[in-house]
Design a protein around this ligand. Structure first.
Ligand SMILES: Cc1ncc(COP(=O)(O)O)c(C=O)c1O
Length: 397
């Protein structure tokens, strides 16, 4: 079948929950993807911040294949060495104390919400606690995660959500104070908002929220699913400010392409929240997924991936700023590290489609922001190539 035929087959068989780009991808190599007709694309999406190490990073495939030959899955009723290793490495990378493995980001958020509610329940035996989340946030599509996602468009058709969620404005501490009450058990935010427009939480805001949480024994939950794993030039974005969460969620790049996630908490929350029987998953933490996590974290350390982000990210930012100076419809630069965006005064779909035709994979964040979340291993020459193709796409549209 050719590409057109595959696409028409897919339209017939798959549920239409995505407006897909009209290509069928076949394989990847380094920072490039190839469609089934052999066309090469420079990848500045990385499966939406998943492929931090690009495709077929040396040693990664071998680690996975080695684990396939040994054991793919056991139940969580037994220990397995890859999970023990992966948990230790996540703790070392994050400074958190107790790890629960999941299969996705949304599932990590679900676990974090349950841990927060249980923590509050154990304190006073009541079940009417509230959680404060942020407007324009994105935490996933399952009911709990959707309930704390600050975009009414995603929630509306699926109401009612889980109860007792309030929304405040990111970087507006007064708005948090307006929502906080003696029922608040957790405050949840993305350290850098991804889907909502590549907006980092400010140091001042994070520090004030942390102090409020400390004062009232409220749990601070930081969602590092998109902005974590080195993308901002810090293993976890909160480490830049030294504002440590009580619970942290991580996923996407954690498995280097294998679907994994985790929520991790401090020793104190671990000892005062979920216990045996409270939470579980069949696949989360299986040996195959954890071998992937373990290898990814080894590579980050041995090959200085986070340091590399610090080297190339300023170059990406400066080249994006040149584009913004050149094109009137581009309004401003957003984001940090290798999680950047250009806000435009119009929808960016046409430009992204034109870039795709020219061999560059980009994605939007909202209708009017072009998002750049490339593999963390990109070099300056790839940034130059990306700018050249994007400029061409802008001229053509
Ligand atoms: C910040 C953030 N949290 C949670 C999620 C949900 O993760 P998943 O799609 O793996 O369920 C995403 C996905 O884009 C995200 O960006």
């Amino acid at each position: 079948m050719n590409m057109k035929e595959y696409i028409s087959q897919a339209e017939n068989d798959l549920l239409h929950t995505y407006n897909r780009y009209q290509i069928v991808l076949d394989r990847g190599e380094g920072v490039h993807l190839y469609d089934i007709e052999g066309k090469e694309y420079l990848d500045f999406v990385a499966g939406i911040a998943v492929f931090s190490l690009g495709y077929h990073y040396p040693g990664y495939d071998e680690a996975l294949k080695g684990q396939i030959d040994k054991l793919l899955h056991t139940s969580n009723y037994y220990y397995n060495v890859p999970a023990i290793d992966a948990a230790r490495k996540i703790k070392a990378a994050s400074g958190m104390d107790r790890v629960f493995f999941t299969n996705s980001g949304a599932e990590a958020i679900e676990g974090a919400l349950k841990a927060a509610r249980k923590y509050a329940y154990l304190k006073d035996g009541t079940t009417d606690h509230e959680i404060i989340a942020m407007e324009h946030s994105f935490h996933g599509r399952t009911f709990g995660a959707l309930s704390v996602t600050g975009n009414p468009r995603y929630r509306e058709a699926f109401e009612p959500m889980i109860g007792n969620i309030r929304f405040a404005k990111l970087n507006d501490f007064d708005s948090v104070m307006e929502q906080v009450s003696d029922r608040t058990c957790a405050i949840l935010l993305e350290t850098v908002q991804g889907e909502g427009g590549l907006t980092p939480a400010t140091e001042d805001f994070l520090k004030k929220v942390r102090a409020l949480c400390d004062e009232r024994d409220i749990l601070l939950i930081l969602d590092e699913i998109q902005c974590g794993m080195g993308r901002t030039g810090y293993m976890y974005a909160w480490q830049q400010f030294g504002v440590k969460p009580d619970i942290m969620t991580t996923a996407k790049a954690l498995g280097g392409g294998v679907p994994v996630g985790a929520f991790a908490m401090t020793k104190h929350v671990g000892a005062n929240s979920l216990v045996a029987g409270d939470h579980g998953t069949t696949y989360g933490g299986n040996p195959f997924a954890c071998a992937a996590i373990s290898k990814v974290l080894d590579i980050y350390e041995s090959d200085h991936i986070v340091e590399h982000v610090r080297e190339v990210a300023p170059y990406l930012e400066s080249r994006l700023n040149e584009l913004i100076d050149k094109y009137d419809f581009m309004i401003e630069h957003r984001g940090c590290g290798l999680m950047q965006g250009i806000k435009c005064d119009r929808p960016v779909g046409d430009i992204i489609n034109r870039a795709l035709e020219n061999g560059l994979i980009l994605i939007n964040a909202g209708a009017d922001i072009i998002r750049f979340v490339p593999p963390l291993i990109i070099e300056k020459e790839h940034i130059d190539q990306m700018i050249e193709i994007l400029s061409r796409a802008c001229e053509e549209t």
